[in-house]
Design a protein around this ligand. Structure first.
Ligand SMILES: [Zn+2]
Length: 228
């Protein structure tokens, strides 16, 4: 845990220096004064791909522009990046919604809950920034949004667990997270829910979050990561 915090401080420091030395420019083409310019964004719009049952991802993490931007979001606390991805996820969801595929049966007219993967209370206190929450909020801030509402309190992380990044094996990752999340039944019962995270690898975090939400009575849960 201590080493993890140190490495996070180093990563944050690197981004401060990065920002200082290199003025804002498009992470993909380097030609524009915004983090992603319109013509590059157009190339990046993707249809969600199902990478585990009920778990979808939009972008490929090994792509250098995607990796760089997600590191800038997390360690550089870039709300600009959160807004860019929020908009892209919203557009993908909106198109998807028109086809109705993952939301079939939501006839109640209730908004779909957008729920970010939370940090534990102590982790949130020390970091003060949860990139998944920033993306989740940005999705619902899209001007055309009438379908989704963000609820960062639907799910909470009730125990501090070692970073998933340090654990390579999927079974161990799942074990590491057992009982780590708690869902508020009053907020999630009978609701359609989309869980949001920045990156997914084995899908263990999503699996445990979904388990907690279903246990609390959620009707339908799908998970979307920006990248995998
Ligand atoms: Zn560009």
């Amino acid at each position: 845990m201590f080493l993890q915090r140190i490495s996070e401080h180093v990563a944050r420091a690197r981004f401060f220096i990065f920002d200082f030395l290199f003025p804002t420019e498009c992470l993909h083409c380097g030609r524009s004064s915004v983090r992603f310019c319109e013509s590059c964004l157009a190339k990046f719009i993707h249809t969600p791909e199902e990478i585990h049952p009920g778990v979808f991802a939009l972008f490929s993490y090994p792509d250098p522009s995607i990796r760089k931007s997600l590191r800038l979001l997390k360690y550089g606390r870039s709300r600009e990046i959160a807004h860019i991805y929020g908009k892209l996820v919203f557009e993908a969801l909106f198109e998807w919604y028109a086809d109705d595929a993952p939301f079939r049966g939501n006839k109640s007219g209730e908004k779909i809950l957008i729920v970010p993967i939370p940090l534990s209370k102590s982790r949130m206190r020390s970091r003060g920034f949860n990139q998944s929450e920033e993306i989740a909020r940005a999705i619902t801030h899209a001007p055309e949004n009438t379908l989704f509402t963000c609820d960062p309190h639907a799910l909470s992380k009730t125990k501090d667990t070692p970073s998933q990044v340090s654990i390579k094996n999927r079974t161990k990752r799942i074990k590491n997270l057992v009982g780590a999340y708690y869902a508020n039944a009053e907020r999630v019962r009978a609701r359609h829910i989309i869980v949001i995270d920045d990156i997914t690898t084995t899908g263990a975090t999503f699996a445990e979050a979904r388990r907690a939400l279903k246990k609390a009575g959620a009707k339908k849960v799908i998970c979307i990561a920006v990248a995998h």
